[in-house]
Design a protein around this ligand. Sequence first.
Ligand code: TXA
Ligand code: MG
Length: 305
Amino acid sequence: MTEHKVTTDIAKAVEVLSSGGIVGMPTETVYGLAAFALDENAVARVFAAKGRPTNHPLIVHLSPDADASQWGEFTNEARALADAFWPGPLTLLVRRTSLVPDWVTGGRDTVALRVPSHPMAIELLRAVNTGLVAPSANKFGKVSPTTAAHVMDDLGDDVDLVLDGGACAVGVESTIVECLPDSVSVLRPGTITSDQIELVLQAVVGSSSGEARAPGMLLSHYSPDADVFLVETLEEGIQKKQELTKNGRSVHFIHFDDIDEYARHLYDELRHADLSKCDSIVAVMPVTSGVGLAIRDRLMKAATR
Ligand code: TXA
Ligand code: MG
């Protein structure tokens, strides 16, 4: 039995992390698998537990009180975005400082930084008073966890402790914005949209995805076991479900009118489908605005083999 690993005791998590352990940590987006960023052995355990290639760089999470400029070089744009959206679901990709080790960035000269807004994450980060790497706490290639139970399901044997901060309020991973001296671009859509970013910067930002810019954003990154069918309308969805059922297939149907609710429940729905051993998922795509774009991005990845 591993239930004793799930706790709300932040002091215990600090103790485990301080002695080189790895801890499931709630954030407002998804649960992360946390370790001291400057502890090479602890970070190696994070990669091993996830089964993640070591050249896939990690996000360093900082407390709202931390001096982020110790970790990264902030352009004016990066500073403006941090001021506008931290603490919150925004990751800034900036040039790293000499403090940031290769084992965090996979040898890249940039570092991903984020100040989460989940109260328990903030309390933990304040208490450890250093940066914590925290990739999503799922096995490599699988959907991110949005509850402590999801973390236990995926990594229960490998993790030292899981801090239970309830179900994540956002449900999809943070928006990643690369802020380099000559360019700003959105590398991963999230609940903070390009429109919101452009409003703050009073400038048009690019968007770019792909392996080279941010390794780990493989097309097939968020994959459930079942086949995923994407449709644009409820009517099409019902039709698709009927067609699949007629052919003897078991279908899990995903449809939400409210996009925030959709984001919050998306990964739980995908996990649920796999647990119920159904062979197909029919998902009605959300609108192409707000967090709808991030949901569509993840669904498209879920549908790619
Ligand atoms: O919401 C989130 O961002 C969650 C929570 C736990 O904070 N974390 C998360 O981490 O989604 P992860 O490791 O699953 O995804 C981070 C992405 C990866 O695709 C990684 O390749 C990219 O960020 N990344 C991190 N550092 C990078 C760097 N220096 N250059 C390019 N991409 C980087
Ligand atoms: Mg991930």
